[in-house]
Design a protein around this ligand. Structure first.
Ligand code: HEC
Length: 489
């Protein structure tokens, strides 16, 4: 339960439940980890731990796999794993330790807001000063969460041990030991352990006579990969492992072969297309998406079609498609709708073939032998700012006659009104996109795109106009239009 009397949050009362003063949203989430030890009760293993220093709580959640989608559920209904009334309790990190207990790191600090919200006169400042909280600094703490009856196990001495001894830890019940053994074996680069690793990766009992757990197999696979000692035989075996996470890992590590269009590997992974576990199908989609052979693309298509009702597969495909678009078009264009993007792309080719002859194909103007330029540079022109949509449309429709910002140009801006709305919309969208300055309204960046319907409206409004605009006339027009219309809202 958080302390009632001091809402140390910039959101103030909006951020609190009215009945008990507790925080109603996470606001400073940090320091997440999965508990991967075995000395706390078994039902904690694999749980998600996350800190909230503003609310002074540590949340524990179950990680639930819903048909391939990972969701978190608080373990305690409307309560928390750890919550403190100590105003200085500021948990900021968590970890499973080498002794297999859970560690919580507490920054232990009176204030946790940015300077902006704690300035003199601000409401938080008054609370801070009345409670003397600004003096509470320099007292960090580390808590160890221990269960009753805990008996300390052996301390790790991995830095002194030989690779052959480290291999056994890859199947340790504590994730800290597994990770560090893997890291150490790879750092040592000692390939003498490759046979032992392959044995483990194949799920065969090692020197202890015990069959490795699926986690041991996964660590053995990644260690082989890290030593650059993985081979197809190991992967082909692992693709058939009974545990889905091993199969998934094997697909993932196979990417080095899939990238090279290795037919045998593509065929082998494709056999998992109907794997009972969604995690495996999702991995297959991820790993094969960029592999362009017919077989690989048939598998990708099959997964997408057969799992059309699965949220995770649909979302995975959407994000892969988005990556592909970013690669092709760059991030800004990729995040536009296809329709908007086409306007901008068509506008670009119009600009290059027509407007560039006066404005320069880079929009910076063309200097003609030291004399005046033919036309003004468009880069950062005020008329192309994102909130001046109609101004740019008017200029392209009916032309413009200078001077422009005090300068005279040798040519004039001709009217483009003979072209249809789609054409005008394209070129105006492109010059705004390429040369205009983005403007944010209400926290959202306005779109540079002008739609053909919007051009149609301006064309109708200005039907009587036959001569080019001057900047004064344009300024007058935008004054007449409300700012909302001008922004195209
Ligand atoms: C024949 C040369 C020429 C061509 C072709 C031309 N422009 Fe212009 N443009 C000008 C001149 C010159 C001006 C400045 C007006 C003046 O000085 O009379 C101008 C002004 C502009 C402005 C206003 C710039 C500002 O800062 O106010 C925009 C926008 C513009 N042109 C867009 C275009 C687009 C889009 C095309 C192609 C569809 C195009 N222009 C084709 C010569 C040209």
């Amino acid at each position: 339960m958080a302390h009632y009397s001091y809402p140390g949050r910039a959101g103030g009362f909006k951020r609190m439940r009215s009945d008990n003063g507790t925080l109603n949203h996470f606001t400073g989430v940090c320091g997440q980890s999965i508990y991967r030890g075995d000395r706390l009760p078994a039902d904690l293993v694999g749980d998600y731990i996350v800190c909230e220093p503003v609310g002074r709580i540590v949340r524990r959640a179950k990680v639930v796999n819903q048909r391939g989608k990972t969701v978190l559920e608080n373990v305690y209904k409307q309560r928390e794993f750890i919550a403190s009334t100590d105003m200085n309790f500021r948990p900021v990190n968590s970890a499973t330790g080498p002794d297999v207990n859970l560690y919580i790191f507490d920054m232990h600090r009176g204030i946790i807001q940015q300077g902006n919200w704690t300035k003199p006169g601000y409401f938080l400042r008054n609370r801070i000063d009345s409670l003397g909280l600004s003096k509470n600094t320099g007292h960090g703490r580390i808590y160890r969460v221990v269960h009753e009856g805990y008996k300390q196990g052996p301390k790790p001495t991995m830095l002194q041990e030989a690779s052959s001894q480290l291999v056994a830890y890859l199947d340790h019940p504590n994730g800290w030991w597994r990770d560090n053994a893997q890291k150490q074996i790879i750092v040592l680069g000692d390939k003498s352990v490759v046979p032992a690793l392959k044995q483990m990766a194949a799920g065969q009992p090692g020197t202890s006579g015990k069959k490795p757990s699926h986690l041991g197999v996964i660590h053995a696979l990644w260690t082989l990969e890290g030593l650059e000692a993985i081979d197809k035989e190991v992967l082909l075996g692992a693709l058939k492992h009974e545990h889905a996470q091993v199969r998934r890992t094997a697909i993932w590590i196979s990417e080095q072969y899939l990238k090279k269009n290795d037919e045998q590997m593509i065929n082998a992974v494709s056999e998992l297309m109907n794997d009972p576990e969604y995690d495996v199908r999702v991995q297959l989609l991820l790993s094969l998406y960029n592999c362009k052979t017919d077989k690989a693309q048939a598998t990708v298509k099959g997964i997408i079609e057969q799992n059309a009702d699965n949220e995770m597969i649909r979302a995975t495909k959407a994000s892969l498609d988005k990556n592909e678009e970013v690669r092709t078009f760059g991030a800004r264009l990729a995040y536009m709708s296809k329709e908007d993007r086409n306007l901008v792309l068509n506008g670009a080719s119009i600009f290059k073939s027509l407007c560039g002859s006066c404005h320069g194909s880079d929009g910076k103007g063309i200097a003609t032998g030291g004399a005046m330029m033919a036309a003004p540079p468009l880069v950062k022109s005020q008329r192309l700012q994102y909130d001046a949509k109609n101004t740019a449309t008017r200029i392209v429709l009916h032309g413009l006659s200078g001077p422009i910002d005090g300068k005279t140009y040798s040519s004039i801006m001709p009217s483009m009104a003979d072209n249809n709305d789609e054409w005008i919309a394209s070129v105006v969208s492109y010059i705004r996109y390429e040369f205009g300055e983005p403007v944010r309204k209400k926290g959202v960046t306005l779109s540079p795109v002008v739609k053909p319907e919007e051009v149609k409206k301006i064309r109708e409004q200005e039907a009587k106009r036959s001569k080019p605009w001057t900047l004064e006339e344009l300024a007058q027009r935008s004054k007449e239009e409300t700012p909302m219309q001008e922004a195209g809202k």
